[in-house]
Design a protein around this ligand. Structure first.
Ligand code: 3HC
Length: 286
């Protein structure tokens, strides 16, 4: 089946980047969120990034106009009824995701592929609440989606071979590289990367300055940004949810979230998106 029309559910950081990538690759996208404000903020973000790319002559103005015109925003979940592929990018809460999947599986046409962009929750458990578990699969994008080359593809226990092949081809069509992972918490990247970031936060809790930990990893391990800066960049709430997913999924104390990370989230200090995390940010997130 050729994928022609796509829906993205969720207008947070990930939903925005994924929408930009797919619309930029030439696919019409229905972009749904319960909050119109979130959708409008997301459209503003995409418009700003594309305008900057035009001014730097990385893309031409036609490409910008075409990308933006490929996106239709809506609050209505039923607007997804005629898409070939639906990608969910809502917060990392299994109950929330299961509720959405149970609803959309009754709205979409039988051939529609249902994708979750979970950071590490069970694809099998999400698929199990739908009417079409063979069409449900994980496709995990990385932040910031327009700049990151990888997408992890994660079949659940009931996902069909055709669904795996179709989504793998689609990921290539939008210019990304798919890797296939098994359906265990954190898949590949987050299982390795997020405990590293969590451990860095333990070091800050023990008295190290965030700047010191970051400089050490940038200069000593050639990481493009230090782990504390990365924590603020992806959002401390997302990070905590991912750590908790590893901890409850494996029941192994080595994945316990750092208490300082928990405190920061309790305080609403979520990183760049809230203006404060381990560092302070201005309204542009700088
Ligand atoms: N679309 C297109 N271009 C964009 C963009 C977007 N949304 N956002 C930024 N850009 C552009 C910038 O404007 C800039 O353009 P310019 O060179 O013309 O000025 C260009 O991209 C590069 O931006 P930066 O100067 O900020 O680039 P850096 O060289 O500092 O690289 C980075 C930025 C790619 C984010 C790099 O620091 C990096 O790779 N960091 C690590 C990111 C990472 O580890 N991500 C994974 C997080 S974990 C995750 O996502 C999993 C989840 O489940 C938790």
């Amino acid at each position: 089946m050729a994928i022609k029309k796509v829906a993205v559910i969720g207008a947070g950081l990930m939903g925005t980047g994924i929408t930009q990538v797919i619309a930029g690759a030439g696919f019409p996208v229905i972009w749904q969120d319960v909050s119109v404000q979130q959708l409008e903020n997301g459209m503003d973000r995409i418009e700003k990034v594309l305008s900057k790319q035009v001014s730097k002559q990385k893309i031409d103005n036609n490409h910008k106009v075409k990308t933006l015109s490929n996106i239709s925003i809506t609050q209505e979940l039923k607007a997804v009824s005629d898409v070939d592929l639906l990608i969910e990018a809502i917060p990392e809460d299994i109950n929330l995701k299961q509720t959405i999947f149970s609803q959309v599986s009754k709205l979409v046409q039988p051939n529609c592929i249902l994708v979750t962009n979970t950071s590490g929750l069970s694809i099998t458990a999400i698929a199990a609440v739908t009417t079409c578990p063979q069409k449900v699969i994980g496709a995990h994008f990385f932040y910031p989606a327009p700049l990151m080359g990888l997408v992890e593809i994660i079949p659940g226990l009931a996902t069909s071979k055709e669904t795996v092949e179709e989504i793998g081809q689609f990921i290539k069509d939008i210019g990304k590289t798919p890797v296939h992972c098994y359906d265990y918490p954190g898949f590949i990247v987050n299982r390795l990367l997020i405990p590293l970031v969590n451990e860095a936060i333990f070091m800050v809790m023990e008295g190290n300055a965030p700047e010191t930990v970051d400089a050490a990893m940038r200069l000593g391990a050639n990481h493009p940004m230090g782990p504390i800066a990365l924590a603020d960049y992806v959002g401390l709430d997302t990070l905590l949810a991912t750590m908790e997913g590893l901890y409850t999924g494996f029941k192994d104390p080595k994945y316990r979230p750092c208490p300082l990370l928990v405190k920061k989230v309790e305080a609403g200090h979520l990183g760049r998106k809230s203006g404060q995390g381990f560092y302070q940010y201005d309204t542009n997130g700088n």
